[in-house]
Design a protein around this ligand. Structure first.
Ligand SMILES: [Zn+2]
Length: 373
C-alpha cells in the first residue's frame, strides 16, 4: 500500500547533495519492502534487510518465508518522524509504524524505534534499534527497547548462567555461540516479529538460529522470568541435536522437553501439578492422541494446552522410567528425523503403541493415586 509521505519529502530536502548521490532515501527502501511483501516475494524483501547479525537474519528469513502462504492484502510501513543519526555503519534510528491486513482479517499495527543502515544499493532495514546488555564473558546478550527494562535485562543476564548450566547438563547439549535474548513489552510486537500471520498469544518464542524472545515487564517476578527463559532455552538445547530439529521433533515432544527443562524453576507449577492434571485427563478419557499434536501449524487450538502439559508429563515419565541418557537419545533421534516409531524402538526397545499403552496404564493405576484425595 503506497501513500504520500510529506515527511520523506522534507527528509530529501534536508540531505546534503553528497548524501543524496550516495544513498536513496529511507522512504524508497520502505516502498520497496511494501511492494515485496504485497507480492509475497520473500527474496525481494530480504534484499532490503541488513542481515549482518545472524539471529536477526534468521528471524527475517523465517518472517519472509511465511509471506508466500499468507500474503497480506494491505501492508504499509511509515516513518513516524525524521530518522536521526549518521550515514556511517551505525545508521539512522527512527520511529517506524507497520500496518497490515491479511485476507479476511482485521488491520494490525505495531510501532517501534527502527534502525536503518547504509548498504551498497541504498538503505537497509536493520530491525529494532535495541539497547544491548552483554554479560562480562560475552556469552549472553540481552536486547531491549524500553528504558524501563534496564533492571529486567540485568536480571536476565544474572539468571542465564544457572539456566544454561542446568539445561545443557540435562539434555547433554553445548551451544557454540552466544545466546541472544530479546525482551518485548507488547505482545503484538512479539507476534509481528515472528511473522505477520502469527496471532496465538505467547509468553516466549524460539526457533533454531533465532534469538530467544520473551514477553517482559518491570513487574515480572524472578520465578516467572526464569521459567520462561528455561523453557525457551530448553528449545535451544534440543535444536542443537540437528539442523532440522524444529521440523522433525513432534510439537508435543518439543514443548514437553522445554517444559521439563523449565520444571526446576517453576516452583508449585512443577511436576506434581502436571501429574495431577494429566491423571485427571486420563480418568476423564480426555488425553489427546499424540498424532493430533505432532505439527505446530496443524494442531487444533483446543489441544494447545495438552501439547505442553501432556507432553511435559510424558517426557517426565520417559526420564523416570528409562533414564536421562535414553530419553536424550530418543529426542536426538527424533531431531534427526528418525520418526516416533524408530526413535522409540532404538532408545527404549519398544513399539510406540506399546509405550503409549503402558504410559496410559501408569496414569490410571499410578501409585500416587491415593494421594489425590
Ligand atoms: Zn515452547
Amino acid at each position: 500500500m503506497k501513500i504520500a509521505r510529506p515527511s520523506v519529502l522534507s527528509l530529501i530536502l534536508c540531505l546534503s547533495p553528497a548524501a543524496l548521490a550516495d544513498d536513496a532515501p529511507i522512504g524508497a527502501l520502505l516502498e520497496r519492502m511494501e511492494a515485496a511483501v504485497l507480492a509475497g516475494d520473500s527474496a525481494a524483501y530480504l534484499e532490503c534487510v541488513d542481515r549482518s547479525h545472524p539471529e536477526w537474519a534468521r528471524e527475517q528469513i523465517n518472517w519472509a518465508a511465511d509471506l508466500a502462504g499468507h500474503t497480506p492484502e494491505a501492508f504499509d510501513m511509515a516513518l513516524t518522524g525524521e530518522p536521526a543519526g549518521e550515514d556511517g555503519p551505525a545508521g539512522k534510528v527512527g520511529g517506524l509504524k507497520i500496518r497490515w491486513t491479511l485476507p479476511g482479517g482485521r488491520e494490525h499495527s505495531v510501532e517501534f524505534a527502527a534502525r536503518f543502515t547504509p548498504g551498497e544499493g541504498g538503505w537497509l532495514f536493520a530491525g529494532e534499534a535495541w539497547t544491548e546488555l552483554a554479560s562480562t564473558d560475552g556469552q549472553n546478550i540481552v536486547l531491549y527497547l524500553d528504558d524501563g527494562l534496564e533492571n529486567t535485562a540485568l536480571q536476565v543476564i544474572e539468571a542465564m548462567p544457572e539456566i544454561r548450566g542446568h539445561v545443557d547438563e540435562g539434555f547433554g547439549a553445548t551451544l557454540d555461540h552466544p545466546q541472544v535474548i530479546k525482551l518485548y513489552t507488547d505482545m503484538g510486537h512479539l507476534q509481528e516479529s515472528i511473522y505477520l500471520s502469527y496471532t496465538d498469544p505467547l509468553g516466549g518464542w524460539n526457533e533454531p538460529g533465532e534469538a530467544i524472545k520473551i514477553m517482559a515487564s518491570e513487574r515480572m517476578g524472578a520465578r516467572q522470568m526464569r521459567t520462561l527463559l528455561a523453557h525457551e532455552y530448553g528449545h535451544v538445547a534440543t535444536f542443537t541435536y540437528s539442523p532440522d530439529a524444529s521440523n522433525n521433533i513432534p510439537w508435543w515432544a518439543a514443548e514437553g522437553a522445554a517444559e521439563l527443562a523449565a520444571e526446576k524453576f517453576a516452583g508449585r507449577r512443577g511436576r506434581e501439578a502436571v501429574n495431577e492434571v494429566v491423571r485427571a485427563w486420563a480418568n476423564a478419557g480426555r488425553l489427546a492422541d499424540w498424532a493430533d499434536m505432532a505439527d505446530f501449524r496443524e494442531t487444533p487450538s483446543s489441544l494447545h494446552g495438552h501439547v505442553y502439559t501432556q507432553g511435559h508429563q510424558f517426557l517426565g515419565y520417559l526420564s523416570e522410567r528409562f533414564g536421562r541418557e535414553s530419553r536424550n537419545l530418543w529426542l536426538r533421534r527424533l531431531a534427526e528425523g528418525a520418526g516416533v516409531e524408530k526413535a522409540t524402538s532404538e532408545a527404549f526397545g519398544l513399539a510406540f503403541d506399546q509405550l503409549d499403552r503402558e504410559w496410559r496404564a501408569s496414569l490410571e493405576a499410578g501409585p500416587d493415586e491415593a494421594d489425590e484425595n
